[in-house]
Design a protein around this ligand. Structure first.
Ligand code: ADP
Ligand code: MG
Length: 650
């Protein structure tokens, strides 16, 4: 909040954060064909405010001040062209208003704004995901007046926030007889049709039927007949929404559309969910869970600062808290929905949840429900599963480090590109079970390569021998893969082996016993022949490498670098360094291909200085191919140029 000037004794002029103005403009533009959602947003805020008060009142019932019937009311004035959305929820004091309305506290707002495309349909979906609810009022209103009083505060300490949505707002101290919030919308000329009884009711039914608090409107009374003596009837408040806790109804009586609507209204998503599972558990423990998988990943799912978890906790139908992170492991943070327990105390706090046996067992069972649902989807609806995997697969890859017990079960759900899937990244991915079914005769390991892109991996010299021997290799190019592989050591009793790390022994795979023996002999002979050359190279590269040896990996490249079995891949080391982390520097092993003509040339080089220079060049290009960075890139260029000159002289 930069400039604030007092305009009169109590009203204060404030300006919006730059992002708010920007967002508002975008929203007004992109929601043009979907204006009616303003009501859903304001109702959802009123409902959130009631939830918050109910929760706080568990510890301090005085906050109700005698009025514990939480509800919302929508009213309108056709002549004045206004709509009012009121709630008797928690309300806000001056500080709250300044912090919540007029600013955007969400992290990632900048990236979000940059991600908007200008295409109305996509943008309105993004805006829905982002959840910039309150400002959608300005899609239909030219002026918004929000009057609010916090539960527990005095009558004369209410705050009034007024804005025309362009640049800023005023704040004034006012009186408000009851706690909670009234939002009055002064409709734009072309939006006056919203101040209409039938219109408002149908919007409420459509978007807010599943809100758990009653949404009231005044009933419509017919005007008295002209000759009537009776005084006109006073209209009564009536409830518009169903406000039934959907999850408490028997599964067999709930239609798919109802599950979808419930999700959209309660989990604030524009799109229908991809799948859901609804379970009533009875016996030693009693609870109901209704868990959804969204169709799309939220924009900040992979933001490390985003600790959000989409599960709401209810106790005996009373909303207790959002984002109950204890209910789902982090790698399933994309799951939305709710758990309603009959066993927890109503005054349960986050601290109590931390080591609650009840919560632990609900969590274990819920994880099983989700994994089971995904397994079934993978089996019965493979196309849908492919979509799921592309949206949320990276999250699941966090499981091996987080959920030891379910490691193998989650790994069953993984899909990878491989050297044989062909085509583009993401096409024809295979499961580990499929990989194993396609393994070569006497192959007992699962081979993989990690790189920062599919192309970089596909062109790696490390894959040459695998191509030669027709052994399939998993191609991993998500950032999380390298990390995941620290925890995923085996699957179906077969260990994972990186093609770029450690001493590789592929002898025997796909061969009969006789062929194996012949291969071994040939290999030993070649190694003996190459020994003197390798010694020479080793002497030159003593400081840069930990070893130089004849390679069993290469067929068409002259050399490659190999890491220790437990070392971080070079492209990851690079990323870590860029992010300012200390990376323990380790020297790579240089493997050379003695059969390559370049090595023969090198062997013939009598000038020791030249020999040293060529050897360095060999190492440098191997490092580059591996995605590493050269310490002395100028030296590399110099040696390259010398080599060109040498070519010229010969
Ligand atoms: P969100 O609901 O996603 O937090 P909104 O833009 O809809 O975003 O609302 C911003 C914030 O303003 C809310 O988080 C809440 O703190 C506050 N707020 C909005 N409406 C109300 C209300 N009716 N009662 C109390 N607080 C409200
Ligand atoms: Mg909101």
């Amino acid at each position: 909040m930069s400039d604030t000037t007092k305009t009169e004794s109590t009203a204060e002029q404030m300006s919006f954060e730059a992002e708010v103005s920007q967002l508002m403009q975008l929203m007004i533009h992109s929601l043009y064909s979907n204006q009616e959602i303003f009501l859903r947003e304001l109702i959802s805020n009123g409902s959130d405010a009631c939830d918050k008060l109910r929760f706080e009142a568990l510890a301090n019932a005085d906050l109700y001040g005698g009025d514990s019937e939480l509800k919302l009311q929508v009213s309108f004035d056709e002549e004045a062209s206004t709509i009012t959305v009121s709630d008797n929820g928690i309300g806000m004091n001056r500080e709250d208003v300044v912090a919540n309305i007029g600013t955007i506290a969400k992290s990632g707002t900048k990236q979000f704004l940059e991600s908007l495309t200008g295409d109305q349909k996509t943008d309105s979906q993004l805006i829905g995901q982002f959840g910039v609810g309150f400002y959608s009022a300005f899609v239909v209103a030219e002026k918004v007046v929000l009057t609010t009083r916090k539960a527990g505060d005095a009558e004369n300490s209410a705050v009034q926030w007024t804005s025309d949505g362009s640049g800023g707002y005023t704040l004034a101290e006012v009186e408000k007889p009851s706690r909670g919030t009234d939002v009055v919308l002064h409709l734009k000329d072309d939006c006056k049709e919203f101040a209409n009884n039938w219109r408002l009711r149908s919007i409420i039914k459509k978007y807010s039927d599943h809100i758990t608090f009653p949404i009231m409107m005044l009933e419509e009374v017919a005007p008295p007949a002209e000759d009537s003596e009776e005084p006109p009837a006073t209209p009564q408040l009536e409830q518009i929404n169903a406000a039934s806790a959907l999850w408490t109804r028997p599964k067999s009586q709930i239609k798919a559309e109802e599950y979808e609507e419930f999700y959209q209204q309660v989990c604030h998503d524009y799109e229908a969910p991809m799948a859901w599972t609804h379970n009533k558990v009875e016996g030693t423990q009693e609870y109901t869970s209704l868990l959804y998988i969204p169709s799309k990943a939220p924009f900040d799912l992979y933001d490390a600062t985003n600790q959000r978890n989409g599960i709401k906790l209810f106790v005996q139908r009373v909303f207790i808290m959002d984002e109950a992170e204890k209910l789902m492991p982090r790698y399933l943070r994309f799951v939305r929905g709710l758990v309603d327990s009959n066993d927890l105390p109503l005054n349960v706090s986050r601290e109590i949840l931390q080591d609650s046996k009840v919560i632990d067992s609900i969590r274990r069972a819920s994880v099983q429900k989700i994994l089971g649902m995904l397994e079934k989807m993978a089996e019965k609806e493979p196309e849908k599963y492919t979509k799921f995997w592309s949206e949320f697969g990276q999250c699941l890859k966090e499981a091996p480090g987080e959920d030891f017990a379910n490691k193998e079960q989650v790994a069953k759900l993984y899909r990878f590109d491989t050297t044989k899937s062909g085509g583009k990244a993401g096409e024809n991915q295979v499961s580990l079970d499929e990989y194993i079914a396609r393994m070569q005769l006497s192959q007992d390991k699962i081979y993989y390569i990690t790189a920062d892109s599919y192309n970089a991996a596909s062109n790696s010299p490390h894959l040459e021998i695998f191509r030669d021997k027709d052994i399939e290799v998993l191609v991993m190019h998500d950032r999380v893969d390298e990390w995941m592989m620290n925890y995923l050591n085996e699957y179906d009793s077969k260990s994972f082996v990186s093609v770029a790390k450690g001493d590789l022994d592929l002898s025997g795979i796909g061969l009969t016993d006789d062929e194996q023996a012949a291969e071994k002999k040939a290999k030993e002979e070649k190694a003996a022949d190459a020994e003197p050359l390798i010694k020479r190279i080793k002497a030159v590269l003593e400081n840069e490498t930990s070893d130089v040896r004849a390679s069993s990996r290469l067929t068409s490249s002259p050399a490659c670098v190999v890491l220790g079995e437990h070392e971080m891949a070079l492209h990851m080391q690079q990323l870590m360094k860029q992010a300012g982390h200390e990376v323990p520097s380790s020297k790579p092993v240089l493997e050379v291909n003695p059969e390559h003509p370049i090595l023969a040339l090198l062997d013939n080089e009598q000038d020791e200085d030249q020999f040293a220079s060529w050897s360095r060049l060999l190492l440098d290009q191997a490092l580059l191919a591996e995605g590493g960075q050269l310490e002395d890139s100028a030296g590399f260029v110099k040696r390259m140029n010398e080599m060109f000159m040498a070519l010229h002289q010969r």
